[in-house]
Design a protein around this ligand. Sequence first.
Ligand code: PLP
Length: 457
Amino acid sequence: MHSPLADDLATLPHLLQTVRDYAVSVLDGLGERPVAPPPVAVPAAPLPAAGAGTAGALAAFQQRWAPGFSGSAGPRYLGFVTGGTTPAALAGDWLTGVFDQNGSNRSGSSAADLEKETVAWLGEMFGLGPGHTGAFVSGATMSNLVGLAIGREWIGRRLGVDVARQGLAALGPITVLSGTAHSSVYKALSILGAGRDALRPVATLPDREAVDVAALAEALEALDGRPAIVVANAGTVNTVDFDDLRAILALRERYPFWLHADAAFGGFAALSPEHAHLVDGLAEADSVCVDLHKWLNVPYDAAVQFTRRRDLQVDVFQNAAAYLPAVSGDPDFFHLTPENSRRLRALAAWFTLAAYGVAGHREIVTRAIAAAHRLGERLTAIPGVRLLAPVRLNVVCFSVPGDLPAVVRAIADSGEAFLTPTVYQGSPALRAAFSNWRTAESDADRVAGLLHKLLTS
Ligand SMILES: *Cc1c(COP(=O)(O)O)cnc(C)c1O
């Protein structure tokens, strides 16, 4: 054995203790670490010839790379939609590496059954019911991709084409209708061969990001009976607006369409008694995307893809080979997802659900919603700041006086917080998205205080 490797093996308990101590110091400092340090160029290092062992690698990492890492796991990183890692999720993620199971199939391990249990728990938590089965994928983009791939197959079957065998060329163009689709939907359509132009944006309600269902009905009517895909948005990134799922579902009596719901983070509204009505009808969607590395607060990269048509999913994703288990009544995961070998991502989610239950995750969700409302209220007291939409769930979307890029930079340079810019209905804006388990209302106050200082000095 190569000597640094043999030395590491001989001192493994000590090495893990060293890494554990370092991890504790990082986590202890998370609340005060610069939230988003400006990028500093790290000078290139040559490919290590012999290697320095784990202790040497740790020292090099601490010296070269760690200083530039963000505090994105901490309480005031409000950019994009970013979760952290609960203690239990961290334990689960650590053990994922320790056990290093291939979650692709059930040969010789119960790991895939743990994933099944986790998916069933999540389905119940999101109110999906037994009609849906699911699988872990790496994020909401992949979840949308899988849902749309099954929808594409469904359209093919309606028109007598087996897209998985014959290809999309045998089917011709498909139509995807959506009000305010996430960018990942366009990306998925590009990958799927349907093309980004397959998505036809449908008008939204006045001053809203939610689809105008009457306009959607008109667009479906114009298809003259040709089946389509409708992407319903359950939580848009700018203003967390929700399509009226019940009204969209009612259109299925008149028009043939596959309903894919992108509930990447909005699905967590199901946990808040005051907001659960926003996702009423989710269980009846044909495919559903929910991200987990956002509001469940498990580490990257984890999301779930749910569908009511596992049969079509297998048609798309089956991976038949003599050396692999065959597709059976209860297909293995590698017959269901883009990956073949796959990390047991479910373990971190399993741990956090086992540790904190529905009640614990409801508390995280309701606390984030409270923090967003708190920030929204405090912002309205700053001269020139304007909320561009009511705080519907966990995101505050607002405009600021002055030069927006300069404000974004000043916020990041303060080390106190990180917010990302956007464009909402043609106006440059800022978003503050709350989904970290550590965030308290006092963090919202700190961010409001910072903005007050930056915008009034
Ligand atoms: C974040 C997000 C996505 C993409 O998720 P990734 O996990 O980054 O791939 C898709 N849809 C919505 C609504 C999102 O918020």
